[in-house]
Design a protein around this ligand. Structure first.
Ligand code: UDX
Length: 414
């Protein structure tokens, strides 16, 4: 998210230097070959480089020397006991302290455990430099739009004037700014992701309940979403939540609570519920495969953890494909941009036609729009038998069923 943040700030007119220790990556970006798939990002990078507002460096000390604001956008992967591994943040904070300009502000954008602003402040050890926490809420696939049109800006600070200076960097944003203390800001980020993961898990449990009770999950969700207290967003049933944030952040906040002597029952159960759901999805696919002669060929459409990205970290689509492979199925996968992990046993193909050909069952695991445009003829002519499990509700299941395609959706009765 560092590149998105840098390119978007440059787009807003600020002069930005992005620092990374991966030289190959830097060279790729400098020549506008963006290594991640993120809608609109390549355009912003190219535009900002051309306007001399965006440049790159591999030397943190040099890059921060003239900076008024230094954003830490460092990775905090899952570490010991699920707690966030903040070693990159610690290392960089310790490294740049003496190079910072007097009166500058260090802004922590990484998702970090509570009290990290205080830790960074100690490591920097500069009374003339303020440390501010400014969590990001960018979704992959719409990160640029989320940055430029945020629904809120959260700033945690002890020095309020430093906090407002950071808020002013987002001058074009028309949204509430919440100035609060650093611990609350850090907690907001984790709890937002935990709440959203819980909402998706709830929806997935409704789908499983409808599957056994005879209800229709989409009708039920429509009924629920009309209650403004529940709302319509984040109510799409799917193969389970994944990605680089929800899995890591739910585990991290639960581990952080435990280390403070508290069990977060709901967050713990959300993690369990997601795992159980993925098991039920495998079962649902196995029901669709039924009994067939020989080893069934299952084709998975989509590998990314959601549409709009090539990110397969903790992707439910990949988890699903791997579980099916481990259960003895031949598994083939197609994604418009994402690649199957190496040595996963998944055969990657590079066209929809290749994915559908001779498949016993097709599973739609990522909500790419083009999967919704597959015609009945393609299913009928290419597949061994036209059985499709639509985990993302991209197909017009009723119409396709009328013309002989056996479309199955968890939690919908036909
Ligand atoms: C998330 C947060 O939304 C973002 O604010 C934060 O900064 C980073 O983490 P992201 O990981 O990009 O963003 O994905 P998001 O769109 O939140 O989806 C997370 C997972 O939930 C995906 O696997 C997605 O497919 C799933 N999901 C989401 C559903 O299954 N149904 C929904 O209705 C919404």
């Amino acid at each position: 998210m560092g590149l998105t943040t840098g390119a978007c700030f440059a787009h807003l007119g600020h002069v930005v230097v992005c620092v990374d220790n991966d030289l190959t990556r830097l060279e790729q970006i400098k020549s506008c070959a963006i290594p991640i798939y993120e809608v609109g990002l390549d355009h912003l990078v190219t535009e900002s480089i051309a306007k001399n507002l965006l440049s790159f460096s591999s030397n943190p000390s040099e890059a921060v020397r003239d900076a008024d604001f230094v954003f830490l956008c460092l990775p905090t992967p899952s570490g010991e006991d699920g707690k966030a591994d903040v070693s990159a943040v610690i290392q960089v904070a310790a490294q740049i302290g003496s190079d910072l300009k007097g009166g500058s502000v260090v802004v922590n954008k990484s998702t970090v455990p509570v009290n990290s602003a205080a830790v960074v402040s100690q490591l920097i050890n500069r009374p003339d430099v303020a440390v501010v926490s400014n969590p990001e809420f960018l979704r992959e696939g719409s990160a640029v739009d989320d940055f430029l049109n945020p629904d809120r800006i959260v700033i945690g600070c002890i020095d309020e004037s430093a906090g407002w200076r950071v808020a002013e960097l987002y001058s074009s944003a028309r949204c509430p700014v919440l100035l609060t203390d650093p611990v609350s800001a850090e907690t907001i980020k984790y709890m937002a992701n935990a709440f959203l993961a819980m909402k998706v898990s709830f929806v997935n449990e409704v789908a499983s309940y409808c599957h056994v009770s005879g209800g229709d999950v989409l009708e039920v969700m429509r009924g629920l979403s009309l209650d403004p207290r529940i709302g319509a967003r984040f109510l799409s049933p799917g193969p389970g939540w994944g990605g680089s944030c929800f899995p890591k952040d739910t585990v991290a906040i639960a581990a952080s609570a435990r280390s403070l002597g508290l069990d977060l029952g709901l967050v713990d159960q959300t993690i369990v519920s997601n795992r159980m759901h993925q098991g039920r999805v495998v079962q649902f696919i196995e029901e669709a495969v039924g009994s067939s002669v020989g080893i069934p060929q299952v084709s998975i459409l989509g590998l990314a953890f959601k549409a709009g990205t090539n990110d397969t970290r903790e992707s439910p689509a990949v988890a699903l494909a791997t579980r099916l492979f481990d259960r003895g199925y031949k598994v083939r996968a197609f994604d418009p941009v994402a690649l199957a992990p190496a040595n996963s046993g998944i055969e990657q193909v590079f066209s929809l036609e290749a994915a559908l050909t001779d498949a016993d069952v097709v599973v739609i695991a990522t909500e790419w729009k083009e999967f919704g445009a597959i015609t009945p003829d393609m299913f009928k002519m290419l597949m061994r038998r036209p059985v499709v499990v639509d985990l993302r509700h991209v197909l017009d299941a009723r119409t396709l069923r009328e013309v002989g395609i056996d479309v199955r959706v968890l939690g919908r009765q036909y």
